[in-house]
Design a protein around this ligand. Structure first.
Ligand code: COS
Length: 391
């Protein structure tokens, strides 16, 4: 067992940290305020190769497994969680399914542009009536000649307003539930596709969000991703590792909140003493640091299992639920340490507090993560439940 980074990983971490500190940290607050997609910063992430991390080098990716991506996710999140959401959508939610399930033609046509940042992508699964219960999506795909016709809508699609392509999940045979779902690659500008920006988010405000409406929207046969009926399994196989990325995002936010608190505790004086001289504050910092480290270890354990080709679904859910709840708890304490200042936008910690919340919600709520973990602990009970359901 080795808890240290390789030389290569250390170099990567330093490189991404320098980039994030220089290019993202100074503008993170403004990006949050204006709630606009940061095209220029995304371009810069592409220039240093972040958008191809872990993806096939034959299509512009850098290969090299999943752990380097997790290292980058944490570092980008320390500076701007909105930017790491964009990174995660582009690489792990959209690059990965094309890389793993796409045909050679699909990879040439789409993946090679995603890895270079020449096209942006979005992952369209959630719907007004299907969030946690993803197998109940209602958007339909009906085969008509050489096309599939999409009808329905999607909500809360990160980067949906700026994406050039969408990975869309739609149901062909509703009676089959999860087994009736198929994945498609849909291009922006396809007749029948309407995109509506959804503004007013609590946090990660620079990673903009949209609603998608499909009205007789035709996808050519060659844009089906994977087999008919394989869509739900594709979604799950993509979300499983992507949840480790959300854990990394939570760890990055929590680390930033801890760093800010440690620094403030050494500057701010009350009752004639530095805050850091009060045991109440020392214990808060100690708990925060312990939570950050525990979350980080769960996150790297899950990434390591994935890189070694071992099962990691349960461990990814554990990492996500623990890290996101730790990020929230740490951010709450950071605001408390900052006191009145922490309640205002001028302090860095109010943004961490708002950004942390999404990590408990997207890519599976904390409740969904607990479902995944408990199903792994009680496989017999879960098997019986599924058999009863299918009768
Ligand atoms: N990897 C591969 N296959 C998986 C899988 C996984 N992690 N989880 C489930 N599957 C497969 C099952 O094996 C089953 O396949 P078969 O029908 O061929 O046997 C199928 O998918 C249905 O599985 P299950 O019955 O477990 O599905 P449920 O409807 O009970 O849903 C949860 C399971 C709740 C875990 C799932 O719906 C989920 O993760 N929901 C949250 C979705 C989410 O994260 N949304 C966020 C938006 S996307 S950013």
């Amino acid at each position: 067992m080795d808890f240290s980074f390789t030389e290569e990983q250390k170099i990567l971490q330093r490189m991404v940290r320098d980039f994030a500190t220089r290019e993202l940290e100074p503008i993170a607050r403004r990006l949050d305020e204006v709630e606009e997609f940061p095209h220029e910063s995304v371009r810069k992430m592409a220039d240093i190769g972040l958008l191809g991390m872990g993806l096939d080098p034959a299509y512009g990716g850098s290969g090299g497994g999943f752990t380097p991506f997790i290292i980058a996710m944490e570092e980008i999140s320390r500076a701007s969680a909105a930017m790491s959401t964009i990174l995660s959508v582009q690489v792990s939610l959209c690059g990965q399914p094309l890389d793993r399930f796409g045909t050679k033609e699909q990879k040439e046509r789409y993946l090679s542009f995603l890895t270079q940042g020449k096209k942006l992508a979005a992952f369209a699964l959630s719907e007004p009536n299907a969030g946690s219960d993803a197998a109940s999506i209602e958007t339909t795909a009906t085969r008509k000649g050489e096309t599939y016709v999409l009808q329905g809508s999607k909500v809360f699609i990160s980067c949906g307003d700026v994406a050039d392509i969408y990975i869309v999940f739609a149901v062909q045979e509703r009676v089959k539930k999860a087994r009736g779902i198929t994945a498609f690659i849909l291009e922006r500008g396809t007749p029948g596709l309407k995109v509506k920006k959804q503004g007013g988010k609590l946090g990660i405000r620079a990673s903009t969000t949209a609603e998608l409406l499909f009205d007789d929207c035709r996808v050519p046969l060659e844009n089906r991703l994977g087999e008919e009926g394989a869509g739900f399994r594709i979604a799950m196989q993509i979300i499983d590792p992507s949840r480790i990325g959300v854990a990394a995002q939570a760890v990055g936010i929590a680390q930033a909140a801890l760093d800010a608190s440690v620094s403030y505790a050494q500057q701010r004086r009350q009752f004639g003493k530095l805050l850091g001289e009060f045991q109440a504050i020392q214990w808060m910092l100690a708990d925060m640091a312990t939570q950050v480290d525990a979350a980080r270890l769960l996150m790297y354990r899950a990434a390591d299992l994935k890189d070694r080709g071992l099962p990691f679904s349960k461990e990814s859910a554990m990492a996500k639920v623990f890290a996101s709840e730790a990020a929230m708890a740490v951010a709450v304490k950071a605001v408390q340490i900052y006191g009145g200042y922490g309640y205002f936008q001028e302090s860095p910690v109010e943004r961490y507090f708002r950004d942390a919340k999404i990590t408990e919600i997207y890519e599976g709520t904390s409740e969904v993560q607990r479902m995944v973990i408990s199903r792994n602990l009680l496989p017999e009970i879960f098997k019986r439940e599924r058999e009863d359901k299918s009768v």
